[in-house]
Design a protein around this ligand. Structure first.
Ligand code: AMP
Length: 302
C-alpha cells in the first residue's frame, strides 16, 4: 500500500462555541487530517511548529501510522488560530490568524517522501502547497482544501495549484466565493473547468455533495444529538476520504462514493469534542458501526 503525504498546518487553536471554549488546544488542518486518515493508511506529514509547541501536543499527534520526520521545529512561535461559532455552527468566524513560523516556512520534502501514492494539500498558503507539489513525483491523486483567507489573499497561486489537482474539497461558502456564483451546480462546472475532475462541497450539518465526472453524489451529515465544536470537520472529512482511497484496491466511482461516506463518518466524530479528543481515541469498530449507520440512513427502495 502506498503512502499518503499531507502538507498543512499544525496549530494552537483557541475556539469558542455555544458549548464551551478551549485555549491553545492542538489544532491545524494537517492535525485533523493525519489523525482521521491514520485509521486507514500510512501518513507522512510536512508542517512546521515553533519552539513553543508543547510536548504533550506532539505526543498526541504521534500515532502508529503517522510519520513525523517532515515536521520541522523552527525558531519562533507556532501558527495560531482563534475562531468563534454562533448557534449557526456551519461557519467559523475567524477572530485572529497568526501565521508565525509559517510566514518564512519553505517546505523541503525529505527524500523518503518524494514518491507518495497520494497527496493532500490541506488548508495552508497555496504557495506552500505548490512548493510541495513541485518536489514530488506526480501521485495518482492530488487533492486540496483551501479557505476564504487564501481565496481573498492568494487567488493566483491558488489557481495554479488547482490546475495541477484532481480533487478540490471545499465548503459551500468558499465554493461560491471561488466560483463567483451562488448556484452550486454552476459553481461545480466553473471550478472543474480550471483543473480538478472532482469537486466535493461540504455543507456542514446539511452534508456533502460530490461532482465527479458526470455523476453527482449527495450524502446527509450524520444526525448527532450533541455537537461540541465544528473545527476540523472539513479536514477530518478529507482524512477519511483520502485515507479510504489510499487503502482501496480499486479506485473507481463506487470507491469515491464510499470515500465520501468514510469522510462523513470521521467528520461526525471530530465535531463531538474540542480539538482531536474524540477523533484520536476511536476503535476500528466505532468507524465500521457509524459507516453502517450511514448505510441505514440513506437506504431506500429504487
Ligand atoms: P476546518 O474547520 O476543517 O476548516 O479547519 C480548521 C483548522 O484550520 C483549525 O484547526 C485551524 O488551525 C486551521 N486554520 C485556520 N485558518 C488557517 C489558515 N489561514 N491556514 C492554515 N490553517 C488554518
Amino acid at each position: 500500500m502506498g503512502k499518503l503525504l499531507v502538507v498543512g498546518s499544525v496549530a494552537l487553536d483557541s475556539v469558542k462555541t455555544p458549548f464551551g471554549e478551549v485555549t491553545e488546544a492542538l489544532g491545524g488542518s494537517a492535525t485533523f487530517f493525519c489523525t482521521a486518515a491514520s485509521y486507514f493508511a500510512d501518513i507522512q506529514l510536512i508542517a512546521v511548529v515553533g519552539e513553543d509547541f508543547p510536548s504533550e501536543h506532539l505526543a498526541v499527534l504521534k500515532r502508529d501510522r503517522v510519520d513525523l520526520n517532515g515536521l520541522e521545529r523552527r525558531p519562533g512561535q507556532t501558527f495560531r488560530w482563534r475562531g468563534e461559532y454562533s448557534h449557526k455552527l456551519n461557519e467559523a468566524k475567524t477572530i485572529d490568524t497568526q501565521l508565525n513560523v509559517f510566514e518564512t516556512f519553505r517546505p523541503s520534502v525529505p527524500e523518503s517522501y518524494r514518491t507518495p501514492e497520494q497527496l493532500f494539500l490541506a488548508n495552508i498558503d497555496p504557495e506552500l502547497q505548490l512548493m510541495v507539489l513541485e518536489q514530488v513525483q506526480r501521485p495518482s491523486i492530488v487533492a486540496l482544501d483551501t479557505m476564504n483567507f487564501w481565496i481573498d489573499g492568494k487567488i493566483e497561486a491558488l489557481r495554479k495549484v488547482l490546475r495541477k489537482s484532481d480533487v478540490l474539497i471545499i465548503n459551500d461558502g468558499e465554493a461560491q466565493a471561488l466560483g463567483g456564483n451562488r448556484n452550486l451546480v454552476q459553481v461545480s462546472r466553473i471550478i472543474r473547468s480550471w483543473g480538478p475532475r472532482t469537486l466535493i462541497i461540504k455543507r456542514g450539518e446539511y452534508g456533502v455533495v460530490m461532482f465527479h465526472d458526470d455523476a453527482v453524489f449527495a450524502l446527509p451529515a450524520y444526525p448527532l444529538e450533541s455537537l461540541k465544536d465544528p473545527t476540523g470537520a472539513g479536514d477530518s472529512f478529507a482524512g477519511g476520504f483520502m485515507g479510504f482511497l489510499a487503502s482501496a484496491s480499486v479506485v473507481d466511482e463506487q470507491s469515491f462514493r464510499q470515500a465520501v461516506v468514510y469522510g462523513s463518518v470521521m467528520a461526525s466524530f471530530a465535531v463531538q469534542s474540542f480539538s482531536i479528543d474524540r477523533l484520536a481515541t476511536l476503535t476500528d469498530q466505532d468507524i465500521k458501526n457509524r459507516y453502517m449507520e450511514f448505510s441505514q440512513l440513506t437506504m431506500f427502495q429504487a
